[in-house]
Design a binder for this molecule. Structure first.
Ligand code: AHZ
Length: 309
């Protein structure tokens, strides 16, 4: 079945190259202007159900044993997924996002404004994924934050070795005793549908699902209704004494600190993005996203190092 999907993809890609002078594919051009006799190919409803569920449950089966799980598909998690998926097509990568809509806080540049600012040298990541920007000297501006987010997301979703499960919350971490026996190493994640996770208080027990993986990258953002999930859990499992808590806004210090401190916190768990600020007491940076992209790149690099140990 996988080979059949692959050959279909190649055929579709070829069709996109087959363009007419006005920039549309030949077949779309032919369709336009002949709507009177238009019909879709026939379908039975159960075919649609099976087309979705067969793939979803096959993916759940395959990804129950993953090489790397990324928790959170915000700007940092997506950048980590892009880097990992590109560098290591041999790894089975699972991206878990609590929201129905992935992207975290990166759909707007700041407040409710469209443009997204990245300080140099994060423009290298924009060049890598092919997002255009205005060069303003020390910083660059993408005309809409959604252009960055949708581009990196579309590239990640197209990768054969990455599967995103959205509307799915990581509710806990799977642990094993570490080599010395005093601490733990992280060995996977415990998941549930987000809508189920939101109703543990008013429904009877709804046990979770699990994914085993030797390396987890957590990028769940700073503290909030969902945020800073893994590091808060490390405190309650006594693997971290306490969280320092995110400090006030200082763009200059915050972005350097987040990239510099992106690291393995306990064996098997790498933390990146704003979740880190809660451990280290780093400043927030507000509306500038370069550190999120480059923390994602560094988290991917760390994950490969830990995986290959
Ligand atoms: O839904 C969350 C969001 O999409 C998701 N998430 C959180 N907890 C989760 C859990 N299971 C699964 N338990 C979970 N998913 O994680 C994503 C975090 O994205 P984000 O955009 O909030 O964080 P980030 O670190 O990628 O980017 C931070 C962007 C910020 S915040 C900030 C400031 O406040 O000053 N400045 C910037 C640039």
């Amino acid at each position: 079945a996988q080979l059949a999907f692959a050959s279909k993809k190649v055929k579709d890609a070829a069709a996109v190259e087959d363009r007419t002078e006005d920039g549309l594919t030949k077949s779309l051009n032919e369709m336009m202007g002949s709507w009177d006799n238009f019909t879709f190919a026939p379908i039975r409803e159960s075919t649609v159900s099976r087309a979705m569920t067969r793939r979803y449950f096959a993916d759940l089966d395959t990804h129950a044993e993953s090489d790397i799980v990324i928790v959170g598909a915000g700007s940092c998690g997506l950048s980590a997924a892009y880097t990992l998926g590109t560098l290591r097509p041999d790894l089975r990568i699972t991206l878990i996002e609590a929201g129905v809509a992935p992207g975290g806080g990166a759909w707007l540049g700041g407040q409710l404004f469209s443009a997204m600012v990245m300080r140099k040298p994060a423009d290298v990541f924009l060049r890598e994924i092919g997002v255009p920007f205005d060069d303003e000297g020390d910083y660059v501006v993408v005309k809409h934050a959604a252009l960055f987010t949708s581009t990196v997301m579309s590239k990640v979703l197209a990768m054969d070795n990455v599967k995103m499960f959205n509307a799915t919350t990581v509710e806990d971490l799977i642990t094993r005793p570490d080599e010395g026996g005093a601490g733990v190493r992280i060995a996977g994640v415990v998941t549930n549908w987000t809508l189920v996770s939101m109703h543990h208080d008013d429904q009877s027990c709804m046990d979770p699902n699990t994914i085993n993986a030797p390396v987890i990258i957590s990028t769940t953002g700073h503290d909030g209704p969902f945020g800073a999930f893994s590091v808060k859990r490390l405190v309650s499992m006594k693997q971290l004494e306490q969280l320092e808590g995110m400090r006030g806004l200082d763009m200059q210090r915050a972005e350097d600190a987040i990239v510099k401190n992106t690291r393995e916190i306990v064996p098997g768990l790498i933390v990146g993005g704003m979740e880190l600020s809660e451990i280290d007491g780093a400043n927030r940076m507000g509306p500038t996203f370069g550190a999120m992209a480059l923390s994602g790149v560094k988290a991917a690099e760390e994950a490969i190092r830990v995986f290959d140990l």
